[in-house]
Design a protein around this ligand. Structure first.
Ligand code: CAA
Length: 295
């Protein structure tokens, strides 16, 4: 059955090579997924060789873990690893037909990346963004071909979260959208079309909960008590555990975007900002089995 709002799947174009801008944790997770499920070459880029090597190394390491668990064969592991390569130059995207960015959550950074990539790729190459909260419309507006831009928003951890939010900007053309839906299907994700509104649907709700708990923490609520109190509410992860997994800076950026749109409905936590400024990755987090995983 065709997802609501998805165009005719016959309009979808083949994806034969994927480019990933940014080689961080989120990018590494979906580079692995593209290589495993689409079975096409995936090239990752970043601002320096160390970051690129780390990103590609992460993907290869995850393939080794799957092999060790007996989830994939030695042949599939070798093939997947060979498909994922890195480059410091975006020229490596010249023959890509689907480029997705996962760089810093800042509109001007993402716009600059798209402008740079547009000068390298073919006019039909799709430019997808994994933004969590920024305007996809704004990201497309200065491009020569704004119709090629689409939001393609994964959730953490990418390997297990089934959902993908697909975002249509006013100029996104039907073939681009159809290709995004077809790609999501091959990746075995459940794609939903969402409006291009701040934080889309999932983060608008989820990050508001996390922002509210963080404000309670600012006002003196013990974080451990808040997490313990919320566990029986049926959340798969309690708020501070989720904050640590998403990453404090990413969560704070999404919260700031939401605050700009929703005002007092979403407050930005001073205590979380202080943790970020102090270089902390999280407060602490306790997994369901009681193990602590934040340094
Ligand atoms: N990477 C890969 N696989 C992972 C993983 C990871 N980081 N974490 C867990 N898994 C896998 C495990 O290997 C396991 O797979 P198998 O059964 O095949 O062995 C499976 O997931 C289940 O894991 P566990 O049994 O250890 O743990 P669990 O039952 O507690 O489930 C979870 C883990 C699915 C992550 C669950 O805790 C959950 O759903 N958490 C909520 C996650 C969430 O809300 N994500 C959205 C974050 S917001 C976001 O990402 C948007 C943004 O833009 C900021």
């Amino acid at each position: 059955k065709r997802p609501a709002g998805a165009p005719d799947p016959k309009l979808a174009r083949p994806v034969t090579k994927v480019g990933v801008v940014g080689a961080g944790l989120m990018a590494g997770q979906f580079a692995l997924l593209f290589a495993r499920q689409l079975k096409v070459p995936v090239v990752m880029t970043d601002i320096d060789a160390a970051r690129v090597d780390k990103g590609v190394g992460y993907v290869h390491g995850e393939v080794d873990k799957l092999l060790a668990k007996g989830r994939i064969s030695q042949d599939a592991a070798n093939r997947t690893k060979a498909l994922v390569t890195g480059s410091v130059s975006k020229q490596a995207f010249a023959d890509a037909d689907f480029v997705i960015e996962a760089v810093f959550e800042e509109l001007n950074v993402k716009k600059a990346v798209f402008a740079e990539v547009e000068a390298i790729v073919s006019p039909e190459c799709i430019l997808a963004t994994n933004t969590s909260s920024l305007s996809v419309t704004a990201m497309a507006e200065d491009l020569v071909h704004p119709e090629r831009v689409v939001g393609f928003h994964f959730f953490n951890p990418v390997a297990v979260m089934p959902l993908l939010e697909i975002v249509r900007a006013p100029n996104t053309d039907d073939a681009v959208l159809a290709t995004a839906f077809a790609t999501a299907k091959t990746l075995r994700k459940t794609a939903v079309l969402v409006k291009d509104a701040t934080a889309f649907v999932v983060n608008r709700v989820l990050l508001r909960l996390m922002a509210e708990v963080s404000r309670a923490f600012d006002e003196g609520t013990d974080a451990a008590v808040a997490d313990k109190a919320l566990r029986p509410m049926g959340l798969p992860m309690t708020p501070f555990t989720l904050l640590a997994m998403v990453g404090l800076p990413v969560a704070q950026h999404v919260t700031e975007s939401m605050h700009a749109t929703f005002g007092d409905r979403v407050a930005v936590s001073a205590n979380i900002q202080a943790l970020i400024d102090g270089g902390k990755k999280g407060l602490w987090a306790t997994a369901a089995d009681g193990s602590q995983f934040i340094p």
